[in-house]
Ligand binder design. Structure first.
Ligand SMILES: Cc1cc2nc3c(=O)[nH]c(=O)nc-3n(C[C@H](O)[C@H](O)[C@H](O)COP(=O)(O)OP(=O)(O)OC[C@H]3O[C@@H](n4cnc5c(N)ncnc54)[C@H](O)[C@@H]3O)c2cc1C
Ligand code: SF4
Ligand code: SF4
Length: 408
């Protein structure tokens, strides 16, 4: 047995792993990523780590530390929505990209633009699995803009886009990275240890993230559609319209669908990993651009999920993000219009509420002497002012109870 890494030990003991893959990516074979019950990607150490690998993981793993938002001091910072230079809604102008994309196809259009115009040599993101592993989300390095269409759409299952990061840094090419907010945080933190990160990854894009459900969650969706998970050869969580439907296809030609609200609200959201419930930056605050669903609010103030032409919220956070978006706008591959912070509150009410409760939930970790991620500069305390004391208390007590019962 190798000497256990203190960093990996703390993150696994605290159930703080988000599955980003960075530890495996930097450990040169000493850490493997494996599916662990109930269906999350988790690291398993197979050999000793060097002191440098240990300190990289301790300083970059999003279960232990989170990237600050204020990397570019002149930007405005909202405690719920993070740093921003420009707030927009928009969509890809290519109808196929807009249709296949999760919301407005913005992320895919920006990736295609950056790749097609030589701003980067390849895009690193995850694809939907197929064949025997339709629920897997393998990391891919894509150097053909047309091939990016296959990566479009949100996959509400485990993904580890940093699992090959050291190889990519050695590769010599420049990449655009797309990943969950915690993946981008880990990449930024890695940049504190390896100066090549900034040069080889000139753009990091992300999206708002309601959390990663386990594969058990996806299997429950398939079963509720009346199909057996073992028979399924292709699965989409959404997209093909906005929000589109979850769709499963069996290898013998049967198919079934489920609407977005039932799929996420009725099934997947009940299987989200613990780290997501205390996420201090689920809005991609460390990314150059973060996209999200620009939901239209109904009379109740709650977003409406009827199918429409896709529309993405686009938060431009850094100078690099602004230059990418401006160039894409100038070439007409995306269309955008301005929006404001108050509009985002209406588009994304549950994200705002979630952020306001992070302080209470992490206080429960402190009270039960559990490991917790270090986060400074992501406005957790400021955001907490937005939640009534009653809600804070209920979340503190609820999280404490779950930790004590081992149900987190
Ligand atoms: C787990 C998860 C939770 C989300 N929660 C929210 C939420 O709470 N609120 C909200 O507004 N939006 C959420 N989204 C994002 C939203 O669904 C859209 O991705 C966003 O609106 C951008 O849409 P788009 O059409 O511009 O992206 P697209 O053009 O469809 O591009 C999506 C990009 O994201 C990448 N991607 C998809 N799934 C994953 C994954 N699991 N891991 C890493 N990369 C992935 C794709 O490879 C692709 O590059 C979530 C997405 C995921 C994957
Ligand atoms: S969060 Fe990422 S770096 Fe941390 S243990 Fe999990 S996979 Fe490894
Ligand atoms: S909610 Fe946070 S920790 Fe969970 S997957 Fe999303 S960004 Fe990562």
């Amino acid at each position: 047995m190798p000497k256990t890494s203190p960093a990996l030990n703390a993150v696994l003991r605290g159930k703080l792993c988000s599955g980003c893959g960075l530890c495996a990516g930097v450990a040169e074979g000493a850490v493997a990523l494996e599916l662990a019950p109930p269906g999350f990607l988790r690291p398993r150490q197979t050999a000793p780590l060097t002191a440098r690998q240990e300190s990289i993981i301790a300083g970059s793993c999003p279960g232990l530390t989170v990237a600050r938002w204020d990397r570019e001091p002149e930007v405005e910072i909202d405690p719920a929505w993070g740093p921003y230079r420009r707030l927009l809604t928009g969509h890809a102008t290519d109808d196929a990209v807009r249709f296949v994309g999760s919301s407005g196809g913005m992320l895919t259009a920006l990736c295609q633009f950056a790749l097609g115009n030589g701003l980067v040599d390849a895009v690193v993101t995850v694809l939907a699995g197929d064949g025997d592993t339709p629920l897997a989300n393998p990391v891919q390095v894509i150097d053909d803009p047309a091939a990016l269409l296959a990566a479009a759409g949100s996959r509400y299952g485990p993904s580890s886009p940093l699992a090959t990061v050291a190889r990519l840094l050695d590769d010599g090419r420049r990449f655009l990275f797309v990943g969950k907010p915690c993946d981008v945080s880990a990449l930024r933190q890695l940049g504190r240890f390896d100066a090549r990160v900034a040069e080889r990854f000139p753009f990091a894009l992300s999206f708002f993230c309601g959390g990663v459900p386990s594969l058990t969650g996806s299997e429950r969706v398939i079963e509720a559609m009346g199909l057996a998970p073992a028979d399924v050869g292709a699965f989409r969580y959404r997209g093909n319209g906005w929000p589109g439907k979850a769709r499963a296809e069996t290898r013998d030609g049967r198919s079934a669908e489920m609407d977005y609200e039932t799929c996420w609200g009725g099934y997947l959201s009940k299987h989200v990993q613990f780290r997501c419930k205390i996420c201090p930056d689920a809005v991609g605050g460390a990314a150059d651009i973060a996209c999200a669903d620009a939901w239209f609010g109904g009379e109740t103030g709650y977003p409406q999920f009827e199918d429409r032409d896709g529309r993405s919220l686009v938060m431009v956070r850094t100078e690099a993000g602004a230059s990418l978006l401006d160039a894409a706008l100038a070439q007409g591959v995306v269309e955008c219009e301005r929006t404001g912070i108050a509009d985002i509150d209406l588009m994304q009410p549950s994200q705002k509420r979630r952020k306001s409760l992070v302080a209470a939930r992490t206080a429960a970790l402190a009270a039960t002497l559990k490991p917790r991620p270090r986060f400074r500069g992501v406005a957790v305390r400021k955001a907490a002012r937005g939640a009534p004391v009653r809600d804070q208390l209920r979340n503190f007590l609820g999280t404490t109870w779950r930790i004590v019962k081992g149900r987190q």
